[in-house]
Design a protein around this ligand. Structure first.
Ligand code: ATP
Ligand code: MG
Length: 480
């Protein structure tokens, strides 16, 4: 109590330690009131703080907020009402319950206090039990309110955490979606590659079996042809000798016996004599032609998968044309397809020539197919009076650092929609069994992937099609 009195005199706040149920700040300038309240509240188990005027009460409360404030109305300096107002205006202190201490008769003050935010009032002179009961009630209320607030805050935090988790789940979902999309794209890409590989396999198989067949036939034909060609020149000599011998006989025996004379007439010796050398010459021409063909077949079927070789592009085109020659032969029932060659001056080109020949083969065969189809559709029917015959033009040139080969026709052309799909594996407009739809896709692979070149097509319906191969001239090249 000594301490308390001293503190009040010094107008300072003093705390007294008890086993606190809660902290009460008494704000009153009357030492008698303070003493009375202090005693029985401390005895009731509260921690009690005291302030003698409004200003010091506000400072104290701000420094260490109490659980409840008992506030006198009449005080020196700012009165209880203003103190209450300032407490309620301060966000840190506004929640502290304020109980006014008023005179019993002062009903106006009580109402005013309650309006300003006080939770209750106690009347002087104080009834101990009433004061303790009201203080307890408001402390309980305040604790409950605090608990509720804490629970509300905890709930809010949980909601926030959950919202965050949800947004993360959403992110995860979005990530999975993106992953799924990437995987689908990868799958589509793999499928495309698989189709290309399949196309390549089928075509390689086609090429190699055709190549082997052609090479085999060329080899088999070549031996007997060489044999015939070799013997032909000897036979020619023998025939010359025999003719000379017979001429000698005629000279020395101008009138032969009757049966020789009849044989001479029977075999038309005059004609045989004149025709036999010509026949031998045409046999020589024939064997030379067969040798040419077998050598072309060998050029065409050259199996050169491992390394690029310097090759003459024109030879490749010629050997391809030779293989397709039967399709370009005049037919009695239809107009003949004309072949126009506009060959430029080409250097030897480093390439896989067997494969390039396949590309020429695919392009020229497609042009023939297209023209045959157009002929069948009547594009060159006499009544159409078409001035230009069905024509395939093969053009070669060097453009910059590239060798360019153009294969064009004046057939039905290709629609814009089909143009987009030309190089897709298995795209064909030909009937089942006629086209596999692999020719252009494999040609594209050969030109683009194997030779680093380009294969493109320009076409419009009814204006024919032009396919252009461009192959880079590599360091292996040499001028012919
Ligand atoms: N010169 C052309 N004129 C008109 N259409 C063409 C021409 N060249 C190609 N096409 C079109 O492109 C399609 C695909 O050609 P591609 O060579 O890839 O396959 P295909 O000829 O149908 O079958 P194959 O595998 O036997 O070659 C053809 O079916 C045809 O519709
Ligand atoms: Mg084709």
């Amino acid at each position: 109590m000594e301490i308390l009195r001293k503190s009040i005199d010094a107008k300072e706040l003093v705390t007294v330690d008890t086993a606190p149920k809660g902290t009460i700040l008494i704000v009153d300038d009357s030492p008698t009131n303070v003493r009375v309240l202090f005693n029985f509240l401390r005895d009731a188990g509260f921690k009690v703080l005291v302030a003698q005027d409004g200003e010091s009460a506000l400072q104290r409360a701000e420094y260490a907020p109490p659980d409840i404030i008992l506030l006198d109305v009449m005080m020196p300096g700012i009165d209880g009402f203003e103190t209450c107002q300032r407490l309620k205006a301060n966000p840190v202190l506004c929640d502290i319950p304020v109980i006014f201490m008023t005179a019993l008769a002062d009903a106006v003050d009580r109402v005013k206090g309650l309006r300003l935010g006080a939770v209750d009032y106690i009347t002087k002179p104080f009834l101990h039990e009433e004061v303790v009961a009201r203080v307890n009630t408001h402390l309980n209320l305040r604790n409950l309110t605090k608990q509720l607030q804490e629970q509300a805050e905890a709930l809010e935090q949980r909601v926030e955490a959950r919202t965050f988790e949800l947004s993360q789940s959403n992110d995860l979902l979005r990530q999975s979606e993106a992953q799924l999309r990437t995987q689908t794209q990868q799958l589509e890409e793999s499928l495309r590659k698989l189709q290309q590989t399949q196309a390549q396999l089928v075509q390689t198989e086609k090429i190699s079996s055709l190549g082997q067949l052609v090479a085999g036939i060329a080899h088999e034909v070549n031996n007997p042809v060489n044999f015939i060609a070799g013997n032909l020149s000897i036979a020619n000599g023998y025939v010359q000798d025999l003719l000379e011998l017979l001429a000698l006989y005629q000279q020395h025996l101008p009138t032969p016996p009757q049966d020789i004379c009849s044989k001479i007439r029977e075999i038309d010796w005059e004609f045989v004599q004149a025709d036999l050398p010509k026949m031998l010459v045409s046999m020589k021409v024939g064997t030379d032609r067969i040798r040419e063909i077998t050598s072309s077949l060998r050029t065409f079927s050259r199996m050169d998968t491992t390394q690029k070789q310097l090759a003459n592009i024109h030879e490749g085109i010629e050997s391809t044309l030779l293989i397709l020659q039967h399709r370009l032969q005049p037919k009695s029932s239809a107009p003949t397809i004309e072949l126009v060659k506009k060959y430029g001056n080409l250097p030897l080109v480093a390439c896989y020539c067997g494969q390039l020949n396949q590309v020429f083969m695919n392009l020229i065969a497609n042009a023939i197919d297209a023209l045959e189809e157009a002929i069948a559709q009547g594009q060159w029917a006499p009544e159409k009076q078409n001035d230009t015959p069905p024509t395939i033009t093969i053009q070669t040139a060097v453009e910059g650092d590239r060798v360019v080969v153009r294969v064009s026709d004046n057939g039905p052309g290709i629609s814009q929609e089909d143009c987009q799909k030309l190089f897709d594996p298995f795209f064909t407009t030909k009937p089942v069994g006629k086209g596999t739809g692999l020719g252009l896709s494999v040609s594209h692979q050969i030109v683009v992937e194997k030779h680093g070149g380009t294969l493109s097509c320009i076409s419009r319906p009814h204006s024919g099609a032009e396919f252009t191969i461009k192959i880079p001239l590599l360091e292996l090249e040499t001028e012919t």
